[in-house]
Design a protein around this ligand. Structure first.
Ligand code: PBG
Length: 340
């Protein structure tokens, strides 16, 4: 063959391979679908308020409400009816101080909600978010030192007390979201020493200092009164550090890892799921919810399609569990008709 012939651009079109063959019908597409969102792996976050707090819809999160304990139980019944079997509780207390005292009050709002839900619906998995920012008057996630930064060890002791009070109330899983160093090991030791070795720890292992939490802080009244959370939550560009956090928490005995937020951190959902030997959750946070709702209310996007696509992409990225404010509506739309 001459050089000229060898260098001739290839012009033959080979259409023996046609990917469209496997897209021709709904049945075929369902047959070859690689990933599915498991309704059993969805978690609905719930905001539970103490007696004197405002109830009702959260302005920046249309369709998400702040509930009193009895209404949270009613909401759990509705969730169970569509197949959502896990809730993540956030408490909004009447009383806040510098030491987050109401976080470990045995009759605090989360403790009462846990007990009420488990009594009414023993099958519901009740996960309690474990943090102090909703309970401190300054809005930071722990006890402050003299420089105004969060004191790691003092905060661990506080988290331990609160975790124990949740365990006594009957919680199924505790989910520390404070980002203190060593908290998984500390909580494991604390729970085990009090006879709660059976309670798993779902660690917010990879949690970034994110603008996507804005609407949550409105909902939970937990905006820091000064400064920000950059000395304890992670710096958004850091992927290698995310793996370090994940490995440390695995080593300390975490039973689940959470990556949070989700959408802007999909690479890390994938990376963490590849190194983790425990289930990996992602948290589709308040700002991600608010953006979809706002665009949908303007008629700019089709909410249901966007939600389906987004949740499928979390599963594709490697998330086993998806924490999302869309859990109920997703499950309602996709609940299989049960045979009678
Ligand atoms: C508590 C906590 C936050 C979220 C979950 N747990 C807020 C924060 O860290 O500021 C955010 C959840 C969301 O935005 O949906 N530390």
């Amino acid at each position: 063959m001459t050089a000229r012939e060898l260098l001739r651009p290839r012009t033959t079109i080979d259409l023996t391979k046609r990917p469209r063959r496997l897209r021709g019908s709904a049945a075929m597409r369902a047959f070859v679908r690689e990933r599915e969102v498991r309704i059993g792996g969805l978690v609905q976050p719930l905001f539970v308020v103490d007696d004197n707090q405002r109830v009702g819809e959260i302005a920046s999160m249309p369709g998400v409400f702040r509930y009193r304990v009895a209404d949270a139980v009613a909401e759990c019944r509705e969730l169970a009816a569509v197949g959502v079997n896990a809730v993540l509780l956030f408490g909004i207390p009447d009383f806040k101080d510098a030491y987050a005292s109401s976080a470990h009050d045995p009759s605090g709002v989360v403790q009462r909600a846990v007990a009420a839900i488990k009594t009414a619906l023993p099958e519901m998995l009740v996960i309690a978010d474990l943090c102090n920012c909703e309970y401190t008057d300054h809005g930071h996630c722990g006890i402050l030192d003299e420089r105004g930064d969060v004191d790691n060890e003092a905060t661990l002791e506080l988290l331990g007390k609160t975790a124990l009070s949740y365990a006594v109330a009957g919680v199924d899983i505790v989910a520390p979201s404070d980002m203190m160093d060593g908290r998984v090991a500390y909580l494991r030791a604390t729970l085990d020493a009090s006879g709660f070795s059976g309670i798993p720890i779902m660690s917010y292992a990879v949690k970034f200092a994110s603008g996507f939490y804005g609407p949550f802080r409105d909902a939970a009244d937990s905006t820091p009164q000064f400064g920000d959370r950059h000395t304890y939550q992670m710096d958004p560009p850091n992927g290698r550090e995310a793996l370090r956090e994940a490995l440390l928490d695995l080593d300390e005995g975490a039973d689940f890892l959470i990556v949070k937020p989700a959408l802007a951190y999909m690479d890390l959902i994938r990376a963490v799921s590849e190194i983790s030997d425990v289930p990996v959750a992602c948290y589709n946070v308040s700002g991600e919810y608010a953006m979809v709702k706002a665009a949908a209310q303007n008629g700019w996007i089709d909410e249901d399609r966007i939600v389906d696509e987004t949740l499928a992409s979390f599963a594709r990225a490697g998330a086993d569990i998806i924490i999302t404010y869309f859990a109920k509506s997703y499950a309602r739309r996709h609940a299989r008709v049960r045979p009678v």
